[in-house]
Ligand binder design. Structure first.
Ligand code: HEC
Length: 155
């Protein structure tokens, strides 16, 4: 660490003045960053709120998750060759609406069903995008990320 700092300082002092004054490029989170920073924790929080039937917070969490997914679509319209809006429409859009309805109706069974459907939809998109190793699940408290499966898939 100390060596690194010394090296960084030496580097900084050799930069031409103009370059040193320039602002760093704006941070542009990629698809994986947005998924891990915004989508995954919000999917988890929504699940935990629904599990204990906290409808007031579940209502908030549903909208936050929806916004996170909309932001993904807005900022990454194309991922590799895939049209992200199209994939969203084909997967998570409907289950999110079902969750919204269940929360408004304070219907626990409907929430559980819609949340399972949403979780399947996350995975449907991952599979469509050629990423079957990313497996999301209904949180079960088994790890620090209780809404992601880390055990290897059976062949
Ligand atoms: C529109 C398609 C799409 C949908 C819908 C989608 N994902 Fe993703 N997700 C991706 C793609 C593509 C990646 C890989 C990004 C990369 O390689 O940088 C990814 C990556 C991830 C990762 C990163 C894996 C890791 O371990 O670092 C997590 C976690 C994740 N998604 C969670 C979710 C959850 C939870 C949902 C549902 C609420 C969801 N995703 C819905 C396309 C999607």
């Amino acid at each position: 660490m100390a060596n690194l700092r010394v090296a960084a300082m030496a580097f900084a002092t050799t930069l031409p003045l103009g370059a040193a004054a320039q602002a760093p490029p704006p941070y542009q989170p990629g698809m994986g960053d947005l998924m891990v920073m915004t989508v995954q924790p919000r999917h988890l929080k929504l699940g935990l709120a629904g599990e204990v039937r906290n409808w007031a917070y579940a209502d908030f969490a549903q909208h936050e998750l929806e916004e996170s997914l909309e932001n993904v679509e807005k900022h990454i319209p194309k991922w590799r060759d895939f049209d992200v809006a199209q994939l969203m429409a084909a997967t998570v859009k409907q289950p999110l609406e079902e969750i919204e309805k269940a929360v408004k109706a304070r219907d626990g069974a409907a929430f559980d069903a819609a949340y399972r459907q949403l979780t399947d939809a996350c995975n449907a998109c991952h599979r469509s995008a050629g990423l079957p190793a990313i497996v999301i699940k209904v949180p079960d408290g088994s790890s620090a990320f209780p809404n992601q499966e880390f055990r290897p898939a059976r062949p």
